[in-house]
Each structure stands twice: as structure tokens, then as C-alpha cells.
Design a protein around this ligand. Structure first.
Ligand SMILES: Nc1ncnc2c1ncn2[C@@H]1O[C@H](COP(=O)(O)OP(=O)(O)OP(=O)(O)O)[C@@H](O)[C@H]1O
Length: 266
């Protein structure tokens, strides 16, 4: 499926979304649309609420106010098994060990379709092998989780998403621990997935990467949505500097490559 052929209807619709921790508002009054079959980047400074928002989209946390609609229906009312089929989640990895090889960790991506006692078929195993290959992990597949580097764990999480094959992916800082080559391979893979109809939402810190690869951006600052839309429309110097409380400018150069200038403040 060609991404350009997909109508830009929302996958997620957020209505007056808020999240409270005690008396503190972590998110407040978020009204947003995240288009179906597109790549949305959530950007903003530390503590802006990006990961909190992603957790609300995944249903890992319930909002204190407002509503998350997925395909027009309240996420809160969706049965857990259906949520697991619809949503692929890549969070931040804890340092803890797991009693699993990398291969078996990726194989667990089949669980939403197999159930707890299902057997992986030959095509399932071929899918695992293909996902391992796509993330350059074939050589490490028999290593135990605790023996993997940060980048290998991150790529294992992405390979598991490919195996799970949920139509929507929610990724919290997916470039974490990845070297330059693996970041480039990741974004090429994400674009290929979107071209086939996958909806991707990713928290990103790198603004030029967000502007280059995402179709749609949500800019957060202090728990509020400051701007949303196409990167060229909503990542203006004024909005960015407001969000980061620091002079920031992002622009495409003559070759169309996004450049970032971070100013000094006296
Ligand atoms: N369970 C919680 N209880 C209280 N405060 C929380 C909780 N979870 C997050 N916070 C606070 O909410 C704010 C937003 O956190 P969040 O992790 O969503 O920010 P972020 O934009 O993803 O930040 P970063 O770029 O640093 O990862 C932070 O100030 C954080 O300390």
C-alpha cells in the first residue's frame, strides 16, 4: 500500500486529555489527532510529558481527564486481547536479565496471536528469522538477554514488534543505544512499514530526525500540546524556543537536509 494513497484519518483522537500525579498535572487539555498510516513523532524537552502521553495511547495508564479514542472507539473499553493485537509497544528497557535467549524473546512477539500454549509453526519461525535478519541480529540470536548490549536489546525489541505485526506501533525513544548505521536502518524500516500501511508513533529527542522522517509532529512543553501538524508547519523557531525555553531553530537547507541551531542565552 502506498502511504500517499491512505486517507489521513485519525488512528488516535485525543480529547481534552489530562494526567494528574497527586496535585501535579503531568498532561493537561491535550486535543490531538494522530493520522492513520502515518509516522507521528512526539517531541519536546525533558519532562514535557512525552512518555506519559505514549503510555496513555498504549492504555498502560488511564487518563485522569478526557479520552483516548482508537479508530473512533474509547481505548479504555477495548478488551485487553484486542489491544494487544492492535498495539505494538517498545518502551525503555530495564537493565534486568531475562531467562531467555534473544531468539526466544523475539519469538514472544507471537504471543498475542498464539496465546499462552500455542506452538510456533514453520512460517512463524521463518518470520522470526526474517525479523532478526532485518535488525542485524542473526549472529547474536542464541545469546542470553543479560549478555546483550543496549543496542542489541533495542533492536531485539524492534524485531519483536515486526514479529507481532500489530497495525500500530508505539515507540518510546527507539533510537536509544543505536549507533549511526542502526539508526539509519531503523528509520528506513519505519518508513517502509508506513508505506505498507503501518501507523507509527514515536517519542524522539532528535529534532532533525523527527523533521526528516515523520509525517506529523506533536510538540509538547510542560504537559501541554504547543503545536501539531506537518514538521515544516509546526516546528518553527518560535514554537521550538517556547517549548525548550531556549533559542532553537530548525530549517531545511538547499539540499533539503534539516539543520539545527541551538543558541546561547546570556
Ligand atoms: N508516576 C509519576 N508520578 C509523578 N510524576 C511523574 C510520574 N511519571 C512521570 N512523572 C513526571 O512527569 C513529568 C513528565 O514525565 P515524562 O516521562 O512523561 O516526560 P518526558 O517528556 O518523556 O521526559 P524525558 O524527555 O526526560 O524522557 C516529569 O516531570 C516526571 O518526573
Amino acid at each position: 500500500m502506498n502511504a500517499a494513497a491512505i486517507p489521513a484519518m485519525p488512528a488516535f483522537l485525543l480529547r481534552q486529555l489530562g494526567l494528574q500525579a497527586g496535585t501535579r498535572a503531568l498532561l493537561e487539555g491535550i486535543d490531538a489527532q494522530l493520522p492513520l498510516g502515518r509516522f507521528t513523532a512526539i517531541v519536546g524537552p525533558n519532562g514535557a510529558g512525552k512518555s506519559s502521553l505514549l503510555k496513555l495511547l498504549a492504555g498502560l495508564q488511564a487518563p485522569s481527564q478526557g479520552q483516548v479514542l482508537l479508530h473512533g472507539l474509547p481505548l479504555a473499553a477495548m478488551p485487553l486481547a484486542e489491544r494487544a493485537r492492535q498495539l505494538g509497544w517498545l518502551g525503555q528497557f530495564a537493565a534486568a536479565d531475562l531467562p531467555l535467549s534473544l531468539h526466544d524473546y523475539v519469538l514472544l512477539g507471537l504471543r498475542p496471536t498464539l496465546g499462552s500454549f500455542g506452538q510456533a509453526s514453520a512460517p512463524d519461525l521463518a518470520r522470526v528469522a526474517s525479523a532478526l535478519q532485518q535488525f542485524d541480529l542473526l549472529g547474536a540470536q542464541q545469546r542470553r538477554w543479560g549478555q546483550l548490549s543496549g543496542g542489541e536489546r533495542q533492536r531485539a525489541g524492534l524485531a519483536r514488534l515486526l514479529v507481532q505485526d500489530a497495525p500500530l506501533w508505539l515507540l518510546d525513544e527507539p533510537t536509544n543505544h543505536l549507533d549511526l548505521k542502526h539508526q539509519a536502518l531503523l528509520f528506513r524500516r519505519l518508513r517502509a512499514e508506513v508505506a505498507q500501511g503501518r501507523t507509527i508513533v514515536a517519542v524522539l529527542h532528535d529534532l532533525p530526525q523527527a523533521a526528516r522522517w515523520a509525517d506529523h509532529v506533536l510538540l509538547l512543553g510542560e504537559g501541554r500540546l504547543l503545536a501539531q501538524g506537518a514538521p515544516a508547519d509546526c516546528l518553527s523557531a518560535a514554537e521550538l524556543s517556547r517549548a525548550y525555553q531556549w533559542p532553537v531553530r530548525l530549517w531545511p537547507d538547499a539540499a533539503g537536509h534539516w539543520q539545527l541551531a541551538v543558541g546561547e542565552v546570556a
